[in-house]
Design a protein around this ligand. Sequence first.
Ligand code: GLP
Length: 233
Amino acid sequence: MKVIIVKDQNAGGKAGYEVFANAIEEGATVFGLATGGTPETTYQEIVKSDLDFSKCTSINLDEYVGLSATDPQSYHHYMQEHLFENKPFKKSYLPDGQATDENAELKAYDQTIQDNPIDLQLLGIGTNGHIGFNEPGSDFKGQTHKVKLTDSTIAANARYFEDETQVPHYAYSMGIGSIMQAKKILLEAYGENKAEAIAATVQGPVSEECPASILQTHPDVTLIIDEAAAKLL
Ligand code: GLP
């Protein structure tokens, strides 16, 4: 793993942008994208830049079950607002939170990933080490699936909702097996509340207890973290 320690999230956004720019220069056309507070500065830098994704494909990690694409809390909406509005892709995929045939939706999403092998996968990390919505105990070989969110994830994500009771309890998430197939992975983490998860990711045993620890076995992973998240390294 290549670990880049930056001063703060703004510096991380610039470093994250560089990883995207280099990937494009090397011919990347399929991008695995993430949501949450973490990638916001990277998206801001991309939006300010002249990078062009109009011939590229994006595949997002996850979506809350039950939320429509226009729901302000949905990841569809997040992506529209933070990136797609200003940097449209040729085609963008996110799981459909309102899919009526759940199994068909999960299968179709896996097919999409198979048909569009991911060149660069962007990840954030949960305070419990989750990536996408793959909570501790998730199968390292897993594919797209429905996840019951842990209480700690619901509590952590409540800051984006009016209150904790509004946070959906289920999500559809790309599996760890699919994430690991990406050619290149970029994980960003900022703030002291991510320090334990980062220490377990970088130095801990490779264990399903910390889903992100599997990244130790991937050949091309870059971590961009700030000093606070690097505190326990
Ligand atoms: C959610 C998302 C993850 C994200 C994590 C951390 O659970 N499913 O993809 O990495 O939250 O979010 P944040 O970046 O807001 O701390």
